[in-house]
Design a protein around this ligand. Sequence first.
Ligand code: NAG
Ligand code: NAG
Ligand code: NAG
Ligand code: NAG
Length: 574
Amino acid sequence: MGKLLIFLLCISLFEGWMVQSVPYDYTASIKCLGSPIRALYKGGIIENSEFNSGLTGWSVPWGVTANVSSSPSGNNFALASASNNGQPSRSVYQKIQMESDHHYSLSAWLQVSSGAAVVRAVFKAPNGAFIAGGATVARSGCWSMLKGGMTAFSSGPGELFFEADGRVDIWVDSVSLQPFSFPEWEEHRRLSAGQARRSAVKVVARAADGVPLPNANLSVKLLRPGFPFGNAMTKEILDIPAYEQWFTSRFTVASFENEMKWYSTEWMENHEDYTIADAMLRLAEKHGIAVRGHNVLWDTNDTQVSWVKPLDTQRLKAAMQKRISSVVSRYAGKVIAWDVVNENLHGQFFESRLGRNASSEVYQRVARIDRTARLFMNEFGTLEEPLDVAAMPSKYVAKLKQIRSYPGNRGIKLAVGLESHFGTPNIPYMRATLDMLAQLRIPIWLTEVDVGPKGAPYVPVYLEEVLREGYGHPNVEGMVMWAAWHAQGCWVMCLTDNNFNNLPAGDRVDKLIAEWRAHPEGATMDANGVTELDLVHGEYSFTVTHPSLGSPAVRTLTVDASSSAVEHTIDIKV
Ligand SMILES: *[C@@H]1O[C@H](CO)[C@@H](O)[C@H](O)[C@H]1NC(C)=O
Ligand SMILES: *[C@@H]1O[C@H](CO)[C@@H](O)[C@H](O)[C@H]1NC(C)=O
Ligand SMILES: *[C@@H]1O[C@H](CO)[C@@H](O)[C@H](O)[C@H]1NC(C)=O
Ligand SMILES: *[C@@H]1O[C@H](CO)[C@@H](O)[C@H](O)[C@H]1NC(C)=O
């Protein structure tokens, strides 16, 4: 009878740049500040980015008067006065030289002369196309940050300007535009994913008396990756073993496409039926797949079950409360998350009936019943569409702050759910938006990733880009795709055919899963019983073989971001 100890010591190793490049700057601000912060990258390719040399490098559009003004503290900025011609108000603009196959990261600080206005960043690309680079709600009296960007696919002269609807003066400062070649961008992503999702782990094998086991053999098996990656599940999985096999061999998290929604569980008033959702949950549990509860309520008009719409205020309140306590108490402790009031930026159904605090109250009720699940504000457009006026990052932030600041909601476990229904993705805008939302300091998930339109040839390529961008962002904590399979066709994006053989998009997904699970499969300890491994976060089984051990010693343990702070000691009796 001997004893074996394995010490796991996580150390962070400095990784050098593979591609010579300016590091990506994750700085973002969701506060309206008295003075803007300095231009990122010292302005990048923007000349006179802080307006300390008058309007040098900038041009003034026809019909606009502009000058450089100073704040009482001496900060210079450009002021463009609205014209009265019925066109959008324009800021000063700068001509820029763009290079093909480059991502351009944009940031700027904006203020308007009165009230608040949506200010858009617009690029004129070398081919003459106007491209939305992002938008923010700018206010008077303080500065708001806009972060965004664009991708150039051709070289030549372009332009950058800001505009707002209606008649308003646009103030601009600290403008920055930093180009990154595609390989540089990819390298940032790789380094960032390495830092966020992997740890360098030192493993020490010793006998019970503390003596190292020299030259012991270690075999390493990843049981479950730490980063949740999943897909939408449909009820057909209950009847088709090949579907079950395909799904459960790949994913660690699922959302049910429709089966937990109100219109599925109570199609007729007071006739609740959870049979299908229960069965799907049991199937997920059997395979160790975590489930996101989708959704408690849905805020868009056209998704209400027909008997709900005509209810008067009192009966609507009663029906909502019954729905909330019914679904949330049924699955509390069994789901890891709730999409609480789905799409409550694009929808206003409950607010229009019950007042502007309706959603805040729903989050509170759900939090009281289920204290463990993350409560997501699940929305589309925020990450996908630089010009989504309903759901742009500044509006997402404002709504989330409204919910969080509602009396009694301070401690609730909110999270950012970005549906991610992409067409052609604007990758620098996507990263910039994640930077902005990261300032909320709550978990961020991509919850319904797909790429359309259906059948477009570039879908697999763009899907891979979007998933890599999500995985590479340090603040993204999980991703679920919306490739919901049905025999009569998928929602937007299919990963498999009807025999559950992968389509090209499915092959991309499998390639990423394999890459994100890659780890050394074994090592031989050195003369001191030590080895160092670069391990992706997850749950592992370690098997140690050594002549002094009667049989191999097997232990499971978890490697995660906090591993670097502690020294794991595993005591194995052999
Ligand atoms: C710039 O223009 C604004 C609006 O026309 C004006 O109020 C301000 O005095 C001007 N500032 C300077 C420094 O000329
Ligand atoms: C480790 O494995 C190698 C190759 O399988 C084997 O030759 C060696 O004897 C093993 N060492 C120990 C200490 O078990
Ligand atoms: C949704 O319905 C409410 C009233 O029930 C109405 O005020 C609102 O305009 C509708 N919204 C949309 C987008 O149709
Ligand atoms: C909404 O809640 C806020 C507190 O967060 C309160 O001041 C306000 O009066 C409420 N508005 C309505 C319409 O109930």
